[in-house]
Design a protein around this ligand. Structure first.
Ligand code: HEC
Length: 150
């Protein structure tokens, strides 16, 4: 094989590899893509609070704004888990549809934990934030353990 042929073979492999990981959501209204984007939006506000706490860069106003954003964004994903929406590219497990009550419980635990986090953020006392932040993070993980593929 000539070097130029080898290069184009490697390029092909890279391109095909990239495609196989990214299935398009072609359904009307894109329910899977919409809920995934909604979760990413939640993460976008949730994550920086953790960074602040871990790196001792707490800023009371920023933290409160982020906690407020999480509460504002937290209801967005759930309406897009319709009955027939378990299809690629979803990362949801079949348990979402098989155990709806357990899924709902996990959702409510997350809502309650982000309420508590927002109340703690309003105190603007960084010492009161670590436990509620961790508790809220655990509600993400708890739900993902059963309901999201790794
Ligand atoms: C009640 C269950 C539940 C809770 C609570 C929950 N998630 Fe998820 N999350 C899911 C499910 C199910 C998916 C997979 C959605 C899909 O692919 O269809 C998901 C997907 C995600 C994704 C991946 C989006 C993508 O396409 O890559 C991120 C990021 C995410 N969640 C972040 C969070 C964060 C951060 C929290 C907590 C602040 C959280 N989630 C709380 C169930 C939950």
């Amino acid at each position: 094989m000539r070097p130029s042929q080898l290069v184009s073979l490697l390029l092909m492999t890279a391109v095909l590899g990239a495609c196989s990981g990214e299935v398009e959501d072609t359904r009307p209204g894109q329910p899977v893509k919409t809920r995934q984007t909604a979760f990413k939006e939640i993460l976008r506000s949730f994550e920086p609070m953790g960074v602040m706490l871990r790196t001792n860069s707490y800023n009371a106003d920023k933290f409160l704004a982020l906690a407020t954003d999480v509460v504002a964004k937290r209801d967005a994903p759930w309406g897009h888990f319709g009955a027939d929406t378990n299809y690629p590219p979803t990362k949801a497990t079949a348990e979402v549809w098989q155990q709806p009550e357990k899924f709902e419980q996990a959702r409510l635990a997350f809502i309650a934990a982000t309420d508590t986090l927002l109340m703690a953020a309003q105190t603007k006392d960084s010492k009161q934030l670590e436990a509620p932040y961790k508790a809220a993070y655990e509600t993400c993980q708890d739900c993902h353990k059963t309901f999201k593929k790794r």
